[in-house]
Design a protein around this ligand. Structure first.
Ligand code: 3HC
Length: 285
């Protein structure tokens, strides 16, 4: 299998711009694809801001920042961007019909050699792979927020993923300075199967009046050395995203232990989604 050099990242939201950032910083030639100019501009300015932060903390030089930005080609044309890509990483919103439409288009245009990776946090890799005619070249590449900082890439193998593809994606993840951990496709994979029940239990502790969000978070930060408490983390991830993943676990395993706390459901209904709406378990700027 040929080496991965040219990458198309589809979707420039929180995860997509972070993914484009790390590929470009590691010398890959990156097309960052969005649907609207405004979204594309926002993605590029977020990358610039995060690179500036790395320069100011002396993690990278000004020159590395410029080189990283030079490696990114903003694009509004999905077809054009995947035409010569060795790897396409999809990071559009967690919505099956939307992802299906994107994968059909990528599969139609990308060369036969192209590997398609998805950054989905909750949808079955096997189900997404089945939308394409290249299930053996389809894989989960699950990054963590903030992507430039978090070391893990959870590599998720679908039912038909070719072991050579897994190996190649593991090697590529290492080139990004990440640690790839291979797992098999299952609801929530490993990361969210373990993380979300913890967050849900923390929400139950608020719901049952056992502690305030601040106190519950302090318990986990000071007692368990978590960098953020579970409720602060839930706000950071997005309460809608947490609820969606819990529902995937609940439906996937048909096990009541994954039942989302009613308080989480109510907060999502009320539009209190965490950082992105300015209010969740905490008030945010
Ligand atoms: N880009 C580049 N660098 C960034 C950054 C970004 N977006 N965000 C933070 N940083 C860097 C800072 O520059 C700083 O670098 P330094 O240590 O070299 O100076 C370092 O990260 C720490 O940042 P801060 O000092 O600003 O703030 P904190 O020390 O409070 O750390 C945090 C912030 C890194 C977010 C830390 O709180 C943390 O690790 N939290 C847990 C995050 C987590 O669990 N993420 C996973 C979420 S689950 C997920 O994504 C999967 C999905 O499927 C749900």
């Amino acid at each position: 299998m040929s080496e991965i050099k040219k990458v198309a990242v589809v979707g420039g939201g929180t995860m997509g711009n972070g993914i484009a950032h790390v590929f470009a910083m590691s010398g890959f030639d990156v097309d960052l694809v969005e649907t609207k100019q405004e979204l594309l501009d926002r993605a590029v300015s977020t990358i610039e801001k995060n690179l500036d932060r790395m320069v100011s903390r002396e993690k990278i030089s000004e020159e590395q920042k410029s080189r990283t930005l030079e490696n990114i080609r903003p694009s509004l044309d999905l077809t054009e961007s995947v035409k010569e890509a060795d790897l396409v990483v999809e990071a559009v919103p967690e919505n099956f019909p939307l992802k299906k439409q994107v994968f059909i288009e990528i599969d139609k245009t990308a060369p036969e050699r192209t590997i398609i990776a998805t950054n989905t946090s909750s949808i079955s890799i096997t189900k997404l792979a089945a939308v394409t005619d290249r299930a053996e070249k389809f894989i989960g590449m699950h990054f963590f927020n903030p992507v430039p900082v978090m070391k893990l890439v959870e590599i998720v193998n679908g039912l038909e993923t070719d072991p050579d593809v897994t190996e190649k994606i593991e090697k590529t993840s290492k080139k990004l300075g990440k640690v790839p951990i291979p797992v098999n496709d299952s609801p929530g994979f490993v990361s969210n199967r373990v993380l979300m029940p913890m967050i849900n239990e923390a929400i139950y502790c608020v719901y049952e009046g056992i502690g305030t969000p601040e106190h519950i978070d302090q318990v986990m930060k000071l007692g368990m050395a978590h960098p953020m408490g579970p409720l602060r983390l839930a706000d950071f991830i997005g309460l809608d995203v947490c609820l969606n993943i819990l529902n995937v676990l609940y439906e996937g395993f048909k096990d009541p232990k994954y039942r989302a706390c009613p308080l989480l459901v109510k907060m999502v209904d009320a539009g209190k989604l965490g950082d992105k709406t300015g209010i969740g378990f905490y008030l945010h700027d």
